[in-house]
Design a protein. Structure first.
Lengths: 346, 231
């Protein structure tokens, strides 16, 4: 089958605060567009579900149109529609799934409800080509921190470990607030940390060496809060750069150590890191270093593909179509906690 | 000419195909097919199959639809958005115009009343959405959200689910729940109202949700102290 014979998949993502639409053929991204409501959430210090849902409804059709324009495609060119069925925010997911059903019905093409988390892994194929099997994937974002063993994107994904409390990105947001840095916390902490000494303050490493692939960041966040309060009580100026660097070092040390361990323990030679936190410069640098030491090939999609977008859902949709899986029915339900072991929603 | 109508702004999911012969006036409008179910928690699952089914039952294909009319609320937001996202996306993919009809107007129209009355729906949080009507097709004021006790009924009869939920405040002493019917909007009423107005050359409202409330969100206060946990 030549590349042009592969189906053109329209991918729709609305699980959190980004309305994303991508047009994908096989491993090729033809066009995508993202409308974000992040600025509307900033003053609340986190995503407000109702604000996100309202923004999705307003942005949905215009985002589809912009993505089609960028791909140079017409609606009638679309061969299949893929949409995030979960996990994510209930009201936000429903906007995307309702729109996806409507496009699939009107264009008379099959609908596929797919898994947001697996989409974060599948998107790497748009940058680095077909994913070697098996691969380990580390997903780090504001809502998720998961280690996965991916044997087949469409059919066999296993969970190796997860955060037991906060997601890594959530810890960044909370610590940013403690340090008086803006929301979302990832970029400003990354910037501040570059000016600081990561060894000046040693913060605890959650679940370090506990023999699992699980993570914990809430103790780390509390340790930073305690440090900040103590400094305030002593009337000292806050060494923001050193705190940011020490905090960041703790997060990325545990993330990269466990991810590389998961590869080595399972005899896997390929690691994908994706999700919003994968844009973090220190995470990328330390992961490269440790993967090189362990003989693991590291694949990190470009930052624009790491954050939530529609291309990732189109990429997973293309895999699901290629695997010959049956389309979803029009009564497809959203699932706010769809397990990662189900790339295609039931 | 075929018009597809649906509403998801109340516990009901209702869809219909309404039609008028070529060149026919407002009086030629009738409903070709309709379906309704009441399940407040499954709008997202029920609407698309309902649309597929009414179009098939009308002996048509989606490509034959010339207009879409959708209930724009007010009503519980998550369900409301299922209808609007579906309508906007269908209209975009089919290349047809999409119109908005306030959900209470569809309740009022279905009542067929010839004198003044009030229509009310459940706004949750012990409040109702309500509006005054001179007759079934004429709203005389803005739609408001209030506690039932604060609605000045002026002695007018009140219809709709809002009245049935608060008979003491809005029921005017009615003991029989049938006095409040119709409780929910019906897509045939919504569709016929929209198609008659279009054929009469009237402008319909844009398909924009009527929320009537701001999102609940509070700006964070100072971070919680953790010092008391210290050993």
């Amino acid at each position: 089958m030549s590349r042009d014979d592969l189906p053109l998949v329209l991918g729709i993502e609305t699980s959190c605060d980004e309305t994303g639409v991508g047009l994908v053929r096989g491993c090729t991204l033809l066009g995508e567009d993202v409308a974000s409501s992040v600025e509307q959430h900033a003053r609340f210090g986190g995503v407000v579900p109702e604000v996100a849902s309202r923004a999705h409804l307003e942005a949905m059709v215009p985002t589809v149109r912009r993505a089609l324009d960028k791909a140079g495609a017409a609606p009638s060119d679309v061969d299949a529609v893929a949409v995030t069925a979960g996990p994510g925010l209930a009201g936000a997911l429903l906007v995307g799934v309702s729109a996806a059903k409507a496009y699939a019905m009107a264009l008379d093409v099959p609908l596929y409800g797919v898994n947001h988390l697996v989409g974060h892994v599948a998107v790497d194929q748009l940058e680095h080509g077909p994913l070697p099997k098996p691969a380990v994937a580390l997903l780090v974002s504001g809502g998720h921190t998961s280690l996965l063993l991916v044997e087949d994107l469409a059919t066999r994904v296993r969970s190796l470990g997860d955060t037991v409390d906060d997601a890594a990105g959530e810890a960044y947001d909370k610590v940013a607030r403690l340090l008086g840095l803006p929301y979302p916390g990832g970029p400003p902490i990354d910037r501040a940390a570059r000016e600081g000494d990561p060894g000046a303050i040693r913060f605890p490493r959650g679940k370090w060496g506990d023999g699992t692939y699980d993570f914990s960041f809430s103790g780390l966040k509390t340790a930073v809060a305690r440090w900040v309060e103590d400094a305030g009580r002593a009337g000292e100026d806050l060494p923001v750069s050193d705190i940011a660097a020490g905090f960041q070092e703790s997060v990325v040390d545990v993330l990269t150590r466990k991810a590389v361990d998961a590869c080595v323990d399972n005899g896997v030679e390929h690691l994908v890191i994706s999700g919003g936190v994968a844009a973090n410069s220190r995470l990328r640098a330390l992961a490269e270093e440790r993967c090189a030491e362990a003989g693991v090939e590291l694949r990190v999609p470009r930052p624009k593909l790491c954050t939530d977008n529609g291309a990732m859902i189109g990429a997973l949709g293309a895999e699901v179509v290629a695997a010959g899986l049956p389309p979803s029915r029009l009564d497809l339900a959203t699932d706010t906690s769809l397990p990662v072991t189900q790339p295609l929603a039931p | 000419m075929l018009l597809l109508a649906f509403d998801t702004a109340t516990p009901a999911v209702t869809a219909a195909v309404c039609q008028a012969p070529e060149g026919g006036g407002p009086q030629t409008v009738r409903t070709a097919a309709a379906t309704s179910s009441v399940d407040a928690r499954r709008h997202g699952e029920l609407l698309a199959p309902a649309v597929r089914d009414v179009v098939a039952e009308a002996g048509a294909r989606l490509a034959d639809i010339a207009h879409i009319a959708v209930g724009v609320g007010p009503g519980p937001y998550t369900g409301l958005r299922v209808g609007l996202a579906t309508a906007l996306s269908l209209a975009d993919a089919l290349g047809v115009p999409c119109h908005g009809v306030p959900t209470l107007d569809a309740v009022a129209y279905a009542s067929g009343r010839t004198g003044p009355f009030i229509a009310a729906s459940d706004a949750r949080r012990k409040e109702v959405f309500w509006a005054r009507y001179a007759d079934a097709s004429t709203r005389t004021g803005e739609i408001a959200v209030d506690r039932p006790a604060d609605v000045d009924t002026g002695g007018l009869p009140v219809i709709g689910h809002g009245a049935a939920l608060y008979p003491a405040e809005l029921g005017g002493g009615a003991v029989d729940a049938s006095a409040f019917e119709p409780l929910y909007p019906s897509a045939p009423a919504l569709g016929e109202l929209a198609l008659r107005r279009l054929l009469a050359g009237e402008e319909l409202e844009p398909p924009r949700p009527l929320y009537l409330r701001r999102p609940d969100a509070v700006e964070p206060s100072a971070p919680k102290k953790v010092g008391q946990w210290k050993a």
